[in-house]
Design a protein around this ligand. Structure first.
Ligand code: PLP
Length: 436
């Protein structure tokens, strides 16, 4: 079977004339034949320029928690922007959103920004200013955005480039980042308390923060092992290090209060974005009053023309209200469990060695292994080419997770049981094709 992609490919070729690689973000490049041009999205679906419909499991890399073009969000935004879009002053809506964020996440104070990148950049700066130290720890396979400090040992790093487990090498994933920046980052394997403790003990004098995605949201959604997040908390308390949870993917998705609520471990600062705005550009940093209060004019630089822009803030106000008052998270959890179990069963029946990873609202699976991967290193041992081929066969049939298994499948409130059943049928067909 094959889709007609004539218009999509023609548009892509046109894009590539004026936009490098025909995309505005590298993560959207699937090669010259398979990079998509989409024209419409609604609920769980997305349509390409040829009118092919896909059940969307990328959901813009996670933000679309309620479903595409969710009417209550779209209405709230359109009503709000009729009365202005940026004021360079505080608005009542920003106060409403700040109050919702504090209530839902347990933060004492919050500041808004527009993207996850801005939020993690500001959070690191706050942690450095608060502690008077300069280095930070991040974990291999984790992604925290596009600023220079964090583009080390992310999921796209070649496995061979990170050194041995007891002595990891930070691998810079981009040209153009000054070499000196690497002295500020210590990269470590996730879920390895022994290596972590050794690093904190050795570096704490100049260690401002541990910056961590509480799950490996950019490596198959791999979960923290029992005690891992608690160990981070204890070490930060012992050595006066700021614990930053990057909840850009987990926030308002794993639980209303994000990973902090789900795993029962509190961070000093947390960054939020994606699901808080159902696809509109909005992000936030939340934390204790003590640390957030270091944000003083003349003290720590913080700002941005579009911070608090009406479209993003109105989207957040509507999205957070729905998340607070409707059983969104529970419903997604329930349906995601059904989808995960169904995929698991189909792979088992087909005799394909595999492990399911992550949690039902953002999960993936690793192929070619029966041993669950626990970090970037063990995930890299799995059969990534087979995963890619299987997903491409699925996309051909009309369901679209990311072709890279490190990017989790995301579910929204609009993915009904019927949508899940249709996905499972397509998956079964795709697996059969693989076996043939
Ligand atoms: C955990 C995490 N942090 C930060 C970011 C950066 O967010 P943004 O793309 O909005 O800058 C991402 C993006 O995927 C992310 O997954």
């Amino acid at each position: 079977m094959s889709r007609n992609l004539d218009k999509t490919r023609a548009l892509y070729r046109r894009a590539a004339e004026t936009v490098p690689y025909g995309v505005n973000s590298h993560f959207r490049y699937w090669g010259p034949e398979d990079t998509m041009v989409m024209t419409r999205a609604e609920g769980p679906y997305m349509w390409d320029a040829d009118g092919n419909r896909y059940i969307d499991y990328r959901l813009g890399f996670g933000p679309v928690i309620l479903g595409h073009s969710y009417p209550a969000v779209v209405d709230r935004v359109t009503d709000a922007i009729r009365h202005g879009t940026v004021f360079a002053w505080m608005t009542p809506l920003e106060i409403e959103v700040a109050e919702s964020l504090c209530r839902m996440t347990g933060s004492e104070m919050v500041r808004l920004s527009n993207t996850g990148t801005e939020a993690t950049m500001h959070a690191l700066r706050i942690a450095r200013a608060y502690t008077g130290r300069e280095q930070f720890i991040k974990f291999e396979g984790q992604y925290h955005g596009m600023h220079d400090y964090v583009l080390f040992s992310t999921a796209s790093t070649p496995r061979g480039a990170v050194g041995c487990r007891r002595s990891p090498v930070p691998h810079c994933v981009s040209s153009g980042i000054p070499k000196a920046i690497s002295q500020y980052v210590i990269t470590l394997p996730f879920n390895d308390p022994e290596v972590l403790e050794a690093a904190v003990t050795a570096h704490w004098h100049n260690l401002a923060a541990i910056l961590v995605e509480p799950v490996l949201g950019n490596t198959a959604g791999i979960l923290p092992q029992a005690g891992w997040l608690e160990t981070l908390r204890q070490l930060c308390d012992r050595y006066g290090v700021v614990l930053i949870f990057d909840e850009v993917k987990t926030g308002f998705r794993l639980a209303k209060g994000g990973a902090q609520e789900l795993f029962g471990v509190r961070a000093d600062l947390a960054t939020y974005a994606k699901a808080m705005g159902n696809g509109f550009p909005i992000s936030a940093i939340g934390g204790s009053r003590k640390i957030m209060s270091t944000l003083q004019p003349g003290g720590i630089a913080y700002g941005g023309t579009y911070v608090g822009n009406v479209a993003g803030v109105a989207a957040a106000a509507a999205t957070l209200e729905i998340l607070e008052t409707e059983p969104v998270i529970e419903t997604i959890h329930h349906r995601g469990t059904r989808l995960m179990n169904g995929l698991d069963e189909i792979l088992s029946r087909a005799g394909i060695p595999h492990c399911m990873t992550g949690s039902p609202s953002m999960f993936s699976f690793a192929l070619g292994t029966d041993v669950p991967p626990i970090d970037f290193r063990s995930y890299a041992e799995t059969d990534e080419p087979l995963y890619h081929a299987l997903v491409m066969a699925l996309v051909e049939r009309g369901a679209m997770p990311d072709a890279d298994g490190r990017e989790p499948w995301f579910l929204s409130y609009s993915h009904t049981n019927a949508v899940i059943d249709a996905t499972l049928q397509m998956f079964e067909d795709a697996v059969l094709e693989m076996r043939r």
